[in-house]
Design a protein around this ligand. Structure first.
Ligand SMILES: *[C@@H]1O[C@H](CO)[C@@H](O)[C@H](O)[C@H]1NC(C)=O
Ligand SMILES: *[C@@H]1O[C@H](CO)[C@@H](O)[C@H](O)[C@H]1NC(C)=O
Ligand SMILES: *[C@@H]1O[C@H](CO)[C@@H](O)[C@H](O)[C@H]1NC(C)=O
Ligand SMILES: *[C@@H]1O[C@H](CO)[C@@H](O)[C@H](O)[C@H]1NC(C)=O
Ligand SMILES: *[C@@H]1O[C@H](CO)[C@@H](O)[C@H](O)[C@H]1NC(C)=O
Length: 513
């Protein structure tokens, strides 16, 4: 999932030099988990963590956006519409936490999406709020309808989705139809662009689903028009290899402004959605699938990289034109899962095998650190190893340039796809180990907190922020990988009845009713 696009190139400079810290005692401490826990015990432990996180949020933060668990206070980084509540809904539904489901359902009709004093990100609002409400609607008008006490609250999910989309839709009133991302609602103001690849290209699933559910085709028309510029990139030099494109787009001309990118924050979920749109509807979105195949093949051919000290590992490089930087991110670790999904739905084992190698690489970024959690940004360019990390690089195959962990999901997300498609319980064990390490390191005060150093025991400073995607994604994938078969689970045979948006909100596929 693409998060804040500012994490991208600027953040690739070394920020924190985490020193290697794996003493034998640390390793003993961190390998103490019991790999034999049953699936039922594991799912219950994840539900327990969900309830702790929710209770802290509800007590100290609701209906604000996020809990600050160290200080038992709150923050509003997502326009004060109750981001954690809306983002938690589909996870509470899947875990069948009926009391929490109904608390959130009672709240959502009261949100005034026209009212906010802070700048609105079209992208973040789409993936979290719109995605959360649409997913809730699909579940509660479908297989988990029994959880809702009040049918009017279920209808309100679709109404509020339309209210929100109607508030946001002026963003697309531009010379090209490519939206501005930064919106000032009170004055119908816009940020003036340019817009990013991920922020432009990660709207199409949510708005198309909303059009299909509501019957208002305008929602689909405007996002698909915007996406058309990404599918047919101009100028030609903004596509250094077939399917791999630049990162910034001029909203007024529809042209790309650069030729840099990768499967990293700011670009990432554009590629993710190309194949997911085809999963959503293979009739309408065949061209999207073709572009995913082009990007995937170019990635395999040109971005595949093996660190010198550990040549058995595979990471994906970033590019600027045709020159590569050997840098990647926690955010990029959704890539393995996305290759696996692509291989599964296209019936192509070579994409699955390649995705599994990427999963292995991201797993190493977890197992090599003192906490068992992977860093925000890492590199493997042997000419750029930060002082003090030579031994760590030699042993691990990567070095750390930003050592934070913000309760991100991408590594466990990829474990989830790897497990669903191979059936190999090794990936369940990896997810369980990661969950226990995250639980041991980030649990604090009234919930779970971001931390600033994954490579010291204890995680360094707790930076006092419980992201809404902790509810939507980390806890959902950590749960689903051990959970019983259900129609919303990713299907081993590639016949998916649901597709997950980039915030892990599952939508019914088109014609899947
Ligand atoms: C808008 O939101 C603010 C708080 O964010 C609240 O005080 C105010 O009453 C709201 N206005 C309306 C019209 O809902
Ligand atoms: C359909 O959606 C568009 C875009 O938000 C909106 O302007 C229009 O009013 C909607 N139409 C109806 C009938 O709700
Ligand atoms: C599967 O993908 C690989 C890699 O792009 C390609 O070479 C191969 O032709 C594909 N196989 C099928 C059956 O489509
Ligand atoms: C890396 O490890 C290898 C083998 O373990 C050793 O021979 C080499 O000296 C090490 N290099 C550095 C820079 O520590
Ligand atoms: C999670 O952390 C809590 C508090 O430290 C602990 O009681 C619980 O056993 C942990 N759960 C797992 C599955 O490790």
């Amino acid at each position: 999932m693409a998060r804040i696009k500012s994490v991208v190139l600027g953040a690739l400079l070394p920020l924190t030099f985490a020193l290697p810290h794996n003493t034998p005692e640390d390793l003993n401490m961190k390998r103490r988990y019991d790999g034999l826990n049953s699936a039922a015990e594991r799912t219950q432990a994840v539900i327990d963590a969900f309830r702790v996180s929710w209770d802290g949020y509800y007590k100290y933060a609701f209906p604000n956006d996020e809990l600050k668990p160290v200080t038992n206070s709150f923050s509003n980084s997502r326009n004060a519409w109750g981001a954690s509540a809306v983002d938690a809904l589909s996870t509470a539904i899947i875990m069948e936490q009926k009391d929490i489901v109904n608390t959130i359902l009672d709240y959502i009709p009261t949100i005034n999406y026209a009212n906010t004093t802070t700048e609105v990100s079209l992208f973040e609002t789409t993936i979290r709020y719109l995605g959360g409400m649409i997913s809730g609607y699909d579940f509660l008008t479908g297989p988990l309808a029994k959880l809702a006490d009040n049918k009017e609250n279920v209808d309100a999910l679709l109404k509020q989705s339309q209210n929100l989309a109607n508030v946001l839709s002026y963003a697309f009133e531009t010379p090209t139809g490519i939206p501005f991302n930064g919106l000032t609602l009170a004055s119908r103001g816009v940020d003036g662009g340019p817009n990013g690849l991920a922020t432009t290209g990660t709207l199409v699933l949510e708005w198309t689903r909303l059009a299909d559910l509501s019957g208002n085709k305008t929602y689909a028309d405007i996002v698909q028009k915007a996406e058309s510029y990404l599918l047919h990139p101009q100028p030609p030099e903004s596509e250094p290899w077939p399917g791999l494109v630049g990162m910034d787009i001029d909203v007024n001309t529809g042209k790309f402004l650069d030729a840099r990118g990768g499967w990293v924050g700011g670009a990432d979920s554009f590629y993710e959605y190309l194949i997911k749109m085809w999963v959503y509807d293979p009739n309408r979105f065949a061209e999207y699938k073709d572009r995913w195949i082009a990007a995937a093949d170019s990635t395999i051919q040109h971005l595949t990289s093996h660190p010198k000290p550990r040549p058995e590992l595979t990471f994906l490089a970033m590019y600027n034109g045709r020159s590569l930087s050997l840098v990647s991110q926690h955010l990029a670790c959704f890539d393995g899962g996305n290759f696996i999904l692509g291989g599964q739905v296209l019936g192509n084992q070579s994409y699955i095998d390649y995705g599994l190698k990427l999963v292995d690489g991201c797993h190493e970024t977890y197992t090599q650190t003192a906490t068992g959690i992977g860093p925000e940004i890492f590199g493997w360019d042997e000419t750029k190893v930060p002082g003090g990390q030579e031994n760590f690089f030699n042993k691990s195959g990567f070095y750390i340039t930003n050592s934070g962990y913000q309760l991100r999901p991408e590594v466990v997300e990829s474990f989830y796809y790897a497990y669903r498609v191979t059936g190999d319980s090794k990936y369940q064990d990896w997810a369980w180990e990661a969950f226990q390490d995250i639980n041991a390191t980030t649990r604090v005060g009234s919930g779970y907190s971001s931390i600033d150093n994954v490579n010291v025991v204890g995680g360094g400073r707790k930076t006092d922020f419980q992201e809404s995607f902790w509810f939507a994604e980390v806890l959902k994938y950590s749960y689903l990988i051990h959970a019983p078969e259900a129609e919303w689970q990713v299907d081993k045979g590639g016949k998916n009845k649901w597709v997950f948006n980039t915030e892990a909100h599952p939508f019914k596929v088109s014609g899947g009713t």
